[in-house]
Design a binder for this molecule. Structure first.
Ligand code: NAD
Ligand code: GLY
Length: 372
């Protein structure tokens, strides 16, 4: 079993990665000296596939398990869901020594972690991520939260798990669109932190998505988790360096928000956002035209859902300025200084952002016409 440590002093924890490791969960929870009572939170897609195996392994190791199944999808990251979960935990006599295990994608990880962070002022938390996005990004680093009707992820905390258990085999049941979308975050890690990894992904994009042996999805997950651990160790609460993990998220998040978080998968929108910021990195003379072309060729391979809605660049810019990442009316964005290295550009001129959005709109029209 591979093991990566997220080194955060008293809040340090391991990420375990191995094909088929799901049924070792009982032994691992025991080795972390967690108490007997466990709430297993999952969703209605993942539950029927994997919760019996997890529950059985935990029970075989002497744990008492209650399973809570939420509707699948973003709507479960809500105050209403949180309220229901608090009610069940209180009704079922969970206490300060109990543990919550999230078994699912980023939605279940975020909402389960939020409940763990807040119930009885914080109880133990374990992540078992089951999407490519969650295994390579959202389960690591301790961002947990729910949405508010005024915006996404507006309520939350930094709350690190006791450990993360990643079984790449569960990706076999993950729909192809979800795997492709998750792959955008994977490419992000190559772009911001590791050129060799980027080269590997450029040559093996489809192999990873199809879970072919040559795609080495386990190695890919390990690389992403190692990079994320390194970044989070240096800047747990996003005071500076951690912002590089938001590469492509400025425009991406605006596109998601303009479509009520229902049209794009997160990674699809991030792929568009990364194209936009790669173009701006080239226009700002941080990267060469050759590097821009290499990166853009890879990002164009991320299919977008259709028919794609059209938003004026001004409309997207306005949405960007309403995001929680804009402080004091100042827009900080992540650009590439080369393939494998990112920088935070503070107080970007809105005109530069607008030009990048205009380019993005123009160029996605061209791509559509090319494929027509
Ligand atoms: P998701 O949790 O909605 O999962 C996507 C779909 O796949 C769901 O329908 C789910 O039921 C299904 N699914 C999950 N695993 C499966 C499996 N193994 N087999 C079959 N079906 C499976 O979406 P996601 O893309 O994993 O996560 C998106 C969420 O993550 C967003 O809410 C986003 O805000 C959050 N996020 C959080 C962080 C963070 O650092 N905390 C980072 C990035 C994204
Ligand atoms: N996904 C961005 C972060 O964890 O900071």
């Amino acid at each position: 079993m591979k093991r990566i440590t997220v080194d955060l002093g008293a809040r340090s924890y391991p990420i375990y990665i191995a094909a088929g490791c799901l049924n070792q969960i009982g032994d691992i929870v025991s080795s972390h000296q967690l108490e007997r009572k466990i709430a297993l939170i999952t969703d209605e897609n993942v539950g029927p596939l994997y919760s019996d195996a997890v529950e059985a392994a935990l029970k075989a190791s002497g744990f008492q398990v209650s399973v809570y199944v939420l509707p699948a999808g973003e709507a479960s990251k809500s105050l209403e869901t949180a309220d229901k979960l608090y009610e069940y935990l209180i009704r079922d006599r969970f206490d300060r020594k109990s543990t919550i295990i999230s078994l699912g994608g980023g939605v279940i990880g975020d909402v389960g972690g939020f409940i763990a962070a807040t119930f009885m002022r914080g109880i133990r938390f374990v992540q078992i991520p089951t999407t490519l996005l969650a295994q390579t990004d959202s389960s690591v680093g301790g961002k947990v939260g729910i949405n508010h009707r005024f915006g996404k992820n507006l309520i939350g905390a930094f709350y690190q798990p006791c450990f993360v258990l990643i079984d790449p085999q569960v990706l076999e049941t993950l729909p192809l669109r979800e795997r492709r979308a998750g792959m955008a975050e994977v490419v992000k890690y190559g772009l911001i932190a590791d050129e060799t990894f980027f080269d590997f992904l450029a040559g093996h994009l489809e192999d990873v998505i199809q879970l072919a042996p040559s795609g080495d999805v386990e190695g890919v997950i390990e690389t992403c988790c190692s990079i994320k651990a390194r970044v989070v160790q240096q800047d747990e609460r996003e005071g500076g360096l951690r912002q590089i993990l938001n590469f492509g998220h400025t425009a991406g998040h605006a596109l998601e928000a303009l479509t009520n978080f229902e049209f794009y998968r997160h990674g699809e929108a991030v792929a568009m956002g990364m194209r936009c910021m790669t173009w701006l990195s080239w226009q700002s003379d941080f990267i060469s035209e050759a590097d821009f072309s290499r990166i853009d060729a890879l990002l164009q391979r991320f299919p977008q859902p259709s028919p794609q809605p059209v938003f004026e660049s001004n409309e997207i810019l306005e949405k960007i300025y309403s995001d929680k990442k804009v402080f004091d009316g100042k827009l900080n964005v992540v650009l590439l200084s080369k393939i494998g290295e990112a920088l935070v550009k503070k107080n970007l001129d809105p005109k530069a952002m607008l030009a990048a959005l205009e380019w993005m709109n123009r160029s996605s029209d061209e791509i559509k016409q090319y494929y027509r």
